[in-house]
Design a protein around this ligand. Structure first.
Ligand code: SF4
Length: 401
């Protein structure tokens, strides 16, 4: 078997918890927003104090930390950018992810020791564009998601002056990598400022203006007209081909998703990449099963092998398992679980740890004061959940079915 060099696995960190979970489960790098400029307004981003803690957490475990500054910026934004750059550089951010040439120039000038990655928002789709960004100081290009595998490989081959990152997993847009006015037009919430209301996931029909209220269905299949709703990307069964493009890094999308999502996605890709690097057989079915347990729409392979699949059917997320909590420690035969969802004694649940999943019926829940309770239903409150074995911090508790 040809030797396999594992690309960097870059994972979303929409909060400090998600950052710690992603790193604990084996991400080589995490990317996050600050409180502005990051295209994920709803995820709020990390405060300066959280960024400081997150960056040192990542560095202590050998992972890199990237700050996304990839919103489309007006003058007022650019005016406010220097302090964000200098502050993050002072905290040790390894790279800035930008899409705006002005932001790139400021990053190079104010933080010359930090790398600059060009965001997929810049829609790099040819080698000349990649060389242009490299000439202006970028060290990595996150390629546009709208490329085939062959197209990505061709660009990487023709622009050896710069490193490349490609998407491996996560939601896709019907527009070019989020360059989309649909949400702003329909809801007043701008996708380009990180506030997308995802109206592409709605059900649509055709109406003639002189017949208000008369809708003509546009059907992909019987009764289904989710014509703009793109399937999620999952390349778990095509990692050798993806790495074969020469990409230095693989990106998991999903800063808005839960810590349970970060854990499951990183777990599956980390193990699959490690299997390949060690020359072991990759149990794709096992990893596909893990990815089926995290929140997702039906999976496809995006543009990599041609036209992407549009979802026929409801735009609801598929979520096979409920995310119940994050493990904060282990004491006296019980995992200390910070709640994210309701669970009760007698329910089947499982812990996902970086070393695997194990589950059982929940036999006992206690408050931190030691009082026994039947149901844990207070989000963010910590409870003690009896388990057969120690569970590492930042493991995930989820429903077993
Ligand atoms: S509306 Fe849909 S296509 Fe447009 S940015 Fe939002 S998720 Fe992407």
């Amino acid at each position: 078997m040809a030797s396999f060099t594992s690309p960097e696995l870059s994972a979303p960190a929409g909060s400090l918890d998600k950052l710690k979970v992603a790193v604990t489960f084996g991400a080589d790098a995490v990317y996050f927003g600050g409180r502005a400029f990051s295209l994920r307004a709803g995820a709020a981003g990390l405060s300066d104090a959280e960024m400081a803690e997150g960056i040192s957490f990542a560095h202590a475990r050998g992972a890199k930390a990237y700050l996304a500054l990839n919103a489309f910026m007006r003058d007022a934004d650019i005016d406010a950018l220097p302090s964000a750059i200098e502050s993050a550089a002072g905290l040790g951010a390894d790279a800035f992810i930008v899409s705006d040439p002005g932001a790139l120039a400021l990053c190079r000038k104010l933080a010359p020791d930090a790398a600059v990655h060009i965001s997929t928002q810049a829609n790099v789709m040819n080698a000349a564009s990649a060389r242009f960004w490299a000439d202006h100081g970028a060290s990595r290009i996150v390629l546009s998601r709208e490329l085939t595998l062959e197209g990505a490989a061709g660009i990487i081959r023709r622009a050896p002056c710069v490193a490349f990152e490609v998407f491996v997993h996560g939601a896709m847009c019907v527009s070019y990598s989020g360059r989309c006015l649909l949400s702003a037009a329909m809801t007043g919430r701008s996708a380009n400022s990180g506030e997308c209301a995802q109206p592409c996931r709605y059900s649509y029909a055709v109406a003639e203006e002189k017949r208000p209220g008369a809708y003509f269905p546009v059907e992909e299949a019987a009764g289904q007209s989710y014509i703009f709703n793109a399937a999620d990307l999952s390349m778990i069964s095509h990692l050798p081909e993806l790495a074969g493009t020469g990409a230095a890094a693989l990106k998991i999308e999903g800063r808005m998703k839960s810590a349970g999502y970060a854990a499951g996605a990183v777990y599956a890709y980390r193990r699959a990449l490690d299997d390949l690097a060690a020359g072991r057989r990759v149990n794709v079915a096992e990893y596909e099963s893990e990815l089926s347990k995290i929140s997702h729409r039906p999976y496809g392979t995006g543009f990599y092998f041609g036209d992407p699949l549009q979802v026929a059917g409801s735009s609801e997320y598929v979520r096979e398992r409920r995310f119940l909590g994050i493990v904060r420690g282990y004491a006296d035969g019980a995992a200390i679980v910070e709640q994210r969802g309701k669970f009760s004694v007698g329910e089947s649940a499982e812990f996902l740890t970086p070393d695997g999943a194990f589950g059982d019926t929940i036999t006992s829940i206690r408050t931190e004061d030691g009082a026994r309770i039947e149901t844990a239903n207070r989000t963010l409150e910590r409870v003690m959940v009896e388990t057969r074995r120690p569970v590492p911090e930042y493991s995930i508790l989820r429903s077993a079915e």
